[in-house]
Design a protein around this ligand. Sequence first.
Ligand code: 2P0
Length: 329
Amino acid sequence: MISTKVAVAHPNIALAKYWGKRAYGHNLPAVPSLSVTLAGMATTTKVTFDDDLAADELVLNGSPASGEPLTRVTNLLDRVRLRSGVRAKARVESSNDFPTASGLASSASAFAALAVAASAAAGLDLDVAERSDLARKTSVSAARSLFGGFCELRAGREGDETLAAAEVAPKTHWDLAVVVAVTREGPKDVGSSEGMKHTSLTSPYFPAWVESAPAMFETVKRGLLARDFSVLGPAVEQSALAMHAAALAAAPATIYFTGATLEAVLEVRRIRASGLDAYLTIDAGPHVKVVTRGELATEVAKRMEQVPGVLRTIIARPGDGARVVESGA
Ligand code: 2P0
């Protein structure tokens, strides 16, 4: 048996952050999150189930990959095999059209594309929630890249067997832009999974984060639905900085900021003081992402590029969910 499918998925940025998992397993997030899926950058993944393969194979951006990335891919493929009855091993070829060190999470788009391509190649007719759940079981943020526009993922509850993201608003809901101020081209940071695990195990502020994150999430959602920057923006910033505060209080501290990060944070405040709607968010890396109105994106990018330590900017807008793009043999 040989069966091939190709899927495309885009990265997403959380406006209300996920950080930390439930203690009772199943890769369930400890807090609700809300994200925007971004156009303009994509992961394309081809999955081929082939009876002649002795083991799953992974090719990432043209190079064979093994170790942890392959283990996570096999983990998702095993779920697909279990559900579909397909027994063949698979070759997975995945590439990003954006640099991995661009500050945009590649694991979200990677596992969203893999969930879509693998389930389709195995002949499973899954709906978007089932695909989101499949992606979430391997990487929580990937559950959100199944949806275009704006979507939410609630916190896990004890006994949850499945958990999928859901659309909050389509991409046409609001002309927002995310300006990514890239502050470093490498090396790799402490990975998200590792950083959040360390935070949850050692930070005295982790319980406070888990307790306070739902209210920030609700405010972000309310601001988004009302298209009200004065509600959305401060909650976006508080969600990101509270997440980092929890990480900073871990023992030893998990620090994603550099000097350039803080210079960029100050510039966002100056931009706002000059009367423009611009609010920051920061993920598990030193880059600063500025959430602003679409029509202000070029001006905001120009100002962020002047900040010492900011190397370049990327302007991203709301995009589409993960999908099959063409079928193979
Ligand atoms: C988010 N991040 O909500 C948060 C904010 C990074 C900072 O989700 O262990 O790659 O695979 O579930 O999804 C990145 O963490 O971690 C992330 P796993 P994931 O976007």
